[in-house]
Design a protein around this ligand. Sequence first.
Ligand SMILES: Nc1ncnc2c1ncn2[C@@H]1O[C@H](COP(=O)(O)OP(=O)(O)OP(=O)(O)O)[C@@H](O)[C@H]1O
Length: 296
Amino acid sequence: MSNHVQFNDVSLTIKGDSILKNIDLNLEDSKIYGLLGRNGAGKTSLLSLLAAFRPVTSGQIELNEETIFENPNAMQQICFSYDKDYSDETEKVESLLKDLPFFRPNFDYDYAMELVNRFNLPLKKPLQKLSTGMQSAFNVTVGLASRCPITIFDESYLGMDAPTRDLFYREILNEQTEHPRIFILSTHLVSEMDHLFDEVVMIQNGEMLLADDYESLMSRAVQITGATDEVDDLTANDQVLNEEKLGRTKSALILTEQAESLGQKAREIGLETQQPALQDLFIHLTKEVDSHANNR
Ligand SMILES: Nc1ncnc2c1ncn2[C@@H]1O[C@H](COP(=O)(O)OP(=O)(O)OP(=O)(O)O)[C@@H](O)[C@H]1O
């Protein structure tokens, strides 16, 4: 069965503060979503609504047309992996993993043991005694081996060192081939993780800024560099996300439906073009919204 999630005009208010505003979002099966946003943008709030940790203030979130909140059937389909506080957790890694099949119907214990070996997790140690990075590796092990149709990782890899994160990224791609599902990866490590994303979702100040597939978003972006007046003439009618000047030379980051033909024209008149990275778009798209907000 193909799973899909729909956010319909979802808002969240906490103690009078508007945290999320009118969020519309569709999540489709077998896709990896990168959820990006500045600090405090509302990523964790949005994910905690999807995990049914709290009710929406208005709107609906549905999994396969069924409301998620207080719906045990829907909630069993969703795994939310985040940076938990384990300071009081005296249970050992081994016994926690052994208990999981009772709560997670798709939990694959053998796969969990493979991950325990790969991440060098000490089975006999209580969780509270693991290092921060090892606790993250435990969270990731549970998230991957639970094989939930909706699997969410909210910065759950922050404590991991670079080789361990690399191992995790490989597992995600492998799992998506072997056991496809909806993955949502909330992260600030944009340049390190962008190769994983099928879709990109950006939120800013609790509002949806952008939701698009990675390829089509990147195909709309081009960086043009050359003599300032030539770059200005060529890009006069385009959305310039960022400009950097060095003497008489200028580099402009452009987002346009016509990026391919614009790039071609640029090269024809001797300007240089480059494909920007998702991180560049993220930095300048979120910066631009800020500067508008400050001007109001
Ligand atoms: N329980 C709460 N009570 C009041 N405000 C909250 C609560 N939880 C979150 N907020 C506020 O909601 C906003 C969004 O927070 P959230 O944690 O969702 O952002 P985030 O995008 O995950 O940020 P970060 O990248 O820094 O983790 C922030 O302004 C935060 O202060």
